[in-house]
Design a protein around this ligand. Sequence first.
Ligand code: HDD
Length: 711
Amino acid sequence: MAKKKNNKDTQKINDLEQYRVDSDEKVMTTNQGLKVNDTNNSLKSGERGATLLEDFLLREKITHFDHERIPERIVHARGSGAHGFFELYESIEKYSKAGIFTDTERKTPVFVRFSTVAGSKGSPDLARDVRGFAVKFYTEEGTWDLVGNNMPIFFIQDAMKFPDLIHSVKPEPNNEIPQAASAHDTFYDFVSRTTETLHNHIWAMSDRAIPRSLRMMEGFGIHTFRLINKKGESHFVKFHWKPTLGVHSVTWEEAVKINGADADFHRRDLWDAIEAGQFPEWELGIQVVPEKDEHKYEFDLLDPTKLIPEEMVPVQIIGKMTLNRNPDNFFAETEQVAFLPGHIVPGIDFTNDPLLQGRLFSYRDTQLSRLGTPNFHQIPINKPIVPVHNNQRDGHMQMDIPEGRGAYFPNSLMGSCPHLAKMADGGFTHYEERIDAKKIRARSESFNDHFSQPALFYRSLSDWEQEHVAGAYSFELGKCKVQDIKERMLYMISQIDSDLAKIVAENIGLKVPKIVEKPINQAIGADASKKEQQPGNKKNYLEEDPALSQANTKFDSIATRQIACLVADEFDMSAFKKMKKALEKENAMVKLIAPHGGTVTCDEGMDHEVDAAISTTESVLFDAVYVPGGEKAVMQLKKEGKYIKFINEAFKHCKAIAVDGAGEQLLDASFVKDHKDDAAIHISASPNNFIESISQHRNWDRREVAMQVPV
Ligand code: HDD
């Protein structure tokens, strides 16, 4: 049933109301409104005869079905969306005149789509990949799209290379293998020859590429944009989204298993959190650089493979985005939403970042083939919340009925309407950047530092994060077949950090070459005369940037964490009740996992609904495990190997485990038996200790022991 209008809804949600179709208690009709009496049988010449061409009901139904797919996005095909709103904490009018950045009374509607990049629409959520983080702000001055990722930099510096990058990472063209995975020869052939990719690539090898939840990852606008104030002054800006739940990830081993246990893990997590009223939130931050400081840094602000370390320019938090409503229909909203980096509003402008410049062309173009019409802005989810008037006409699927005799400007027949807006009335004008240059096909020498920031990133990580990076490189290169490619890649890694390269080399059974056969100056296909395109020497302008490490994120909440409670009939109700109450007070999700579905009976004789039978779920889908005890119950759990495996896996993945009473016997039957003194193992302890461990996300101190767990 369609949701009723609610005065808490944003203007966009209310606008969408007119398009929602509620079939509750309605009769079935054709698309022409004809009431349908039989939708199960085609019209035939006799009960066993051939179907008649006359059967318009069959043809309408089948034809529509035959055409119900549209091309999936060429990249970011797999995505999940949600509605919400953005609120500004305080005006930043000294930087921007945009209403969204000056009016603290506003609740700007947003639609957000998160995505993976390489996989197809049906690929699993936990691929090692960059995540798309695209936000459509329906502002009162028109729609602004901030089409970013969960990593602050990009793989390439010039849009001209985007098709090469994507062709290399997508499944190989001869056999369409592998799906949603970068671990193959073509990708590493490209990366090892294109040194500008190494910064984004090392991020993709880090835990950032396997988030615990879409709600627990950062977002970045990546490019340097401009903010323009009322006086027409420009400041450079980078946009950041900071999740209020902190930035957390799973391990690669879990990711691989999650993909099998629940390929929709992230999509489901986002959906469930919103349905449960646990609304995901991100604060919006900006890094502002005055025009005069454009050339102050050792990297170029226009180079999208570079971040501005937060140590050098702190992030100012200016507002908050909350996602509070799931779409009513995946196709109509999440699939048809069209993001264009070219959608901006007065107060925000572009820079000459050559990647951004190319994107300004690509997105409109792709929507034309994906959505099939230049009228894609009329699709409800894409419609601005403000009126649209211009002289663009016709085209496939025109939904409007423009009145009047003409469609041109200037005119006198229509009273010169629609008329132009003066700048003072919100008419958009571009920032008047001075340009005096030669027309050349080249890249600035200031873009040629390809190793300093990957090295800064690696140096800034904690021990456990560095280990994960080494593991990821080893896995990815271990999957490659061509030795030349692997060696060239090892050489590139050695340019970032020689110790890292040695670990990876050892893991894949090769040696780090001192020099590679093709010098790196061929990396960008440069002819040797283009000296400015050769990667420059590694610089060290900052020892560490703590903001780059997830070890420095927030660890103060267990809200929405999934806690598996392993129970069987006659489990200990009093211990369970106490634990459940404490966990739910902190907004964690307590799930009963039992030997069977239906209900399970506690030792006080009450029936409890089971959330999942053990045969339908896996340890990797949960953040922590609790066993309440009860002799008989635990006896039954001990008999089933999967419960032991459940505990072992939770331990292996460094998660918190708590047991009460007889529950300890399950630990004794598992690998945990000899590690009960671990800081995140709680035996008949206060729920608060367990809660504290869960809020720490993982006990990484355990990782050496954890490696020995044989699952
Ligand atoms: Fe892109 C989709 C993010 C560079 C061409 N891109 C797309 C989406 C995101 C990004 C989040 C999915 C939007 C959605 O949910 O519908 N892309 C980025 C970022 C980039 C970037 C952060 C660099 C900073 N992209 C980029 C370049 C090009 C494209 C350089 C082409 C020259 N991107 C596309 C596209 C897509 C797209 C082919 C596919 C579907 C779509 O646009 O709507 O046009």
